[in-house]
Design a protein around this ligand. Sequence first.
Ligand code: TYM
Length: 339
Amino acid sequence: MSKTSHTPRVFSGVQPSGAMHLGNYLGALKKFAILQHEHECLYCIVDLHAITVWQDPTVLKQQTREIAAAYLASGVDPKKAIIYPQSNVRAHTELAWYFNCVARTGWVNRMTQFKDKAGKNTERASVGLYTYPVLQAADILAFKATHVPVGEDQKQHLELSRDIAQKFNNDFNVPDFFPLPEALTQGPGARVMSLRDGTAKMSKSDPSDNSRINLTDNADIIVKKFKKAKTDMGVMPAPGEDLSERPEVDNLISIYSALSEMNRKQVVAQFEGQGFGVFKPALADLAVEKLAPITLLMSRYLSDPDEIDRILLAGAEKAAEISEPIMRDVRKIIGFLGA
Ligand code: TYM
């Protein structure tokens, strides 16, 4: 992590809007557990972001607990890191409004994720979906967080968060009030692609379940999905070989690398010239070895929802203690009466 004049603080979030998959795990969760040993960390379950598209209320509650269980099962320790639901801490919505007044529509219009999610008919998308990245900036800056572990798809949103922080500091002449948060996207798991199409991101919303490995998939399903994963007529590449025309193979090598902690060079060297009949089962075995304990722990945590709720509510109190003094300063800076 690079140095800033602010005390380092880590913030990240996951939406409770569908099953967690390998991309979420490698791009975000795996880093959460590592960072908690060195830094103050807040890991939010961003239910306010989830409702930018329709969520069934009962399902939303269940999925919020599932994300909490996934955090815990991947090693996030509530004694070390704060985990909580976004909707339970008021600072998120309050600061999001102030930032709606700081951010320019031109900036938000450039966000590619809105275009992807809204599809062709943007007029039917919720206003919340449009201002989604502004709320994301508020999430991070309500805690003056300096570092944000995320997958590569969030880079543009992090750029916007920096622009909003900078403009707030300039507009109100409070240089350095908000830090300019930095995305932590290093590592081979930052952009996990679909198993059916190496040019598309692995995603919760892909209609094909075979395109992703869900954290709830059992060993048999994981093996089957890797067996079916798209490859090509070739064999495993030699070191230095250009894989730009073989995105599926490139992706499987990245996944192996991220799961094994070997770098890509080492993975390529180990499997050079082998057929996919050798590589795919090796990858499936590795995925099962790494994911099965997480899946098992997740279901154990989920068998005691009251305990999850206790952890989340205690986390929300701690988060509010950090954000409240920051919000008091923000209200004063903006010039609200009585602040
Ligand atoms: P969400 O719920 O879509 O994804 C959660 C995390 O998983 C990462 N991710 C991936 N990483 C690698 N490969 C993939 N195929 C892949 N798919 C998803 C995402 O980059 C993310 O880190 N906008 C955020 C949620 C959010 C947030 C925040 C994150 C709201 N406020 C503040 C950080 C800080 C999102 O869409 O998450």
